[in-house]
Design a protein around this ligand. Structure first.
Ligand code: C2O
Ligand code: CU
Length: 469
């Protein structure tokens, strides 16, 4: 992975558009980027904002001029964005107007079990549920998605995911690009049939070849020649992105990463590529004033479903005129607390039935998920070091914990990349890789899952439970 990311010109990547959809072949960069609607609270008090969302089946326009049947939050594909503030409470009433159970998980949120949207804690068809989020954590790009056991993979694929942007008062003084210059980019892939309908086949990474950003295929975005903050979310079931900016030449265009899953980095990290596996988020800043008006920059994925396959374009930025820009990226973004001394060490091995073996199960420490089993008992208040290894020969995995944001101590015995030194709740592991994570369990008590966030794998059993007591 280190060699793969070292300077492959993104221009070498061929757009995969042609074969992506029989119904409506889409020219890459022919559809404008849209921004998911921001949900307005129906009520506000001094300390809380109240929202209502209905989960329903709706026809949405994904491929231009067509209707795709999707499972949606409030009818929007990429659900509506909730904007929350650290220290203020968000209350979301979720109404399930679908004909199957759902569960709404706030990914990256530090919430009590009753509001975590667990696998078995579902909302029956026709039922409703109120989730309360206290937002006692640093500002971060969080997202909500379905988590109903054995259905999450298909539900998320068919549309049940949305953004939850938590802003911290501590961010206000930093001067980062804000307002319309703070742009979410929710990435995912999909397979469409001849009628522009989503095709869902469990664990089928190869055929999900249409790349969507905020629900539109390979969009373009007109940008001013100034700084923008982008918040990337990988909401794919399986696809990993290794993203680079390219102007078509072999020149590298590093970007400044400012945040990870759980919040801002201590300091910006200059990086040639942005590596993002399912569930992960990256905040980064691009200064388009470095480019002449008229420049077209593509965001390209250097990684295909196979280990070396190039999969192509994601979206394009069309640089316009230079405009006034008083935003900045300060050298110090946040203070990450010192790591407490760990008292417990554990190891976790991720594995699954290898492709072609005929088996379709996936395991953590040799066991598939059992909702009636507690796999890990944790003492409240303690700090632990977890060594997580991907034992699969060919399949990448990642490792996601509910409740806690952890820190990566090591990757294969080496220090983590600068861009992953912040708060993380999901860590990518290519075949054979090991990561050491440090976790402190000092917020809520109860039973929470941890799992591979390539959610077809967690649906196949790569999930387990920890009890914090
Ligand atoms: Cu984003 Cu348990 O998941
Ligand atoms: Cu996996």
């Amino acid at each position: 992975f280190r060699t793969l990311t070292a300077g492959q010109p993104a221009a070498a990547a061929t757009p995969a558009a042609g074969k992506a959809s029989a119904a409506a072949p889409v020219e890459p960069f022919s559809v404008p980027l849209t921004i998911p609607p921001v949900l307005a609270p129906y009520r506000r008090t001094g300390t809380a904002d109240f929202y209502r969302i209905t989960m329903r089946r709706t026809g949405v326009e994904i491929l231009p001029g067509t209707r795709t049947d999707a499972l949606t939050y409030n009818g929007s594909f990429t659900g509506p964005t909730i904007r929350a503030r650290t220290g203020r409470t968000t209350v979301v009433q979720q109404i399930n107007a679908l004909d199957m159970p759902t569960s709404v998980h706030l990914h990256g949120g530090n919430n009590p079990v009753a509001h975590d949207g667990g696998m078995m804690d579902t909302i029956a068809p026709g039922g409703k549920r109120t989730y309360v989020y206290e937002n006692e954590q640093p500002g971060a790009t969080l997202w909500t998605h379905d988590h109903a056991h054995h259905m999450e993979s298909e539900h998320v694929y068919r549309g049940l995911s949305g953004l939850y942007l938590l802003r911290d008062p501590a961010e206000d003084g930093l001067g980062l690009p804000a307002g319309k210059y703070d742009v979410p980019l929710v990435l995912r892939d999909a397979q469409f049939d001849g009628n522009a309908q989503l095709v869902y086949t469990m664990d089928d990474a190869e055929n999900r070849t249409t790349i969507l950003v905020n629900g539109r295929p390979w969009p373009y975005m007109k940008v001013e020649a100034r700084k923008y903050r982008f918040r990337l979310v990988n909401s794919c079931n399986l696809r990993i992105f290794v993203l680079a900016l390219s102007d078509g030449s072999a020149t590298q265009h590093p970007v400044r990463q400012i945040g990870t899953d759980g919040g801002l980095l201590a300091a910006p990290a200059e990086t040639p590529v942005l590596v993002l596996s399912p569930g992960e988020r990256i905040d980064f800043v691009v200064d388009f004033s470095k480019y002449a008006p008229g420049t077209r920059l593509t965001l390209a994925n250097m990684l295909g479903p196979g280990p070396t396959e190039l999969v192509g374009q994601v979206m394009r930025f069309d640089v316009g005129e230079r405009t006034a820009d008083s935003s900045r990226v300060p050298d110090t973004l946040a203070t990450l607390p010192a790591l407490p001394k760990p008292t417990v060490e554990r190891s976790f091995e991720l594995s699954m039935d290898e492709p072609g073996s005929g088996g379709h199960q996936a395991y953590i420490n040799g066991r598939t998920f059992d909702p009636d089993r507690i796999d890990t008992h944790i003492e409240w208040g303690s700090t632990e070091v977890w060594t997580v290894t991907n034992k699969s020969a060919t399949v990448p995995h990642n490792f996601h914990t509910h409740l806690v944001q952890f820190r990566i101590l090591e990757r294969d015995g080496q220090p983590p990349y600068p861009a992953e030194t912040g708060w993380k709740d999901t860590v990518l592991l290519f075949p054979g890789q090991t990561a050491k994570l440090q976790l402190t369990f000092d917020s809520h008590r109860g039973v929470y899952p941890y799992h591979c966030h390539m959610i077809d794998h967690s649906a196949m059993g790569m999930m387990a439970q920890m009890k914090i007591a």
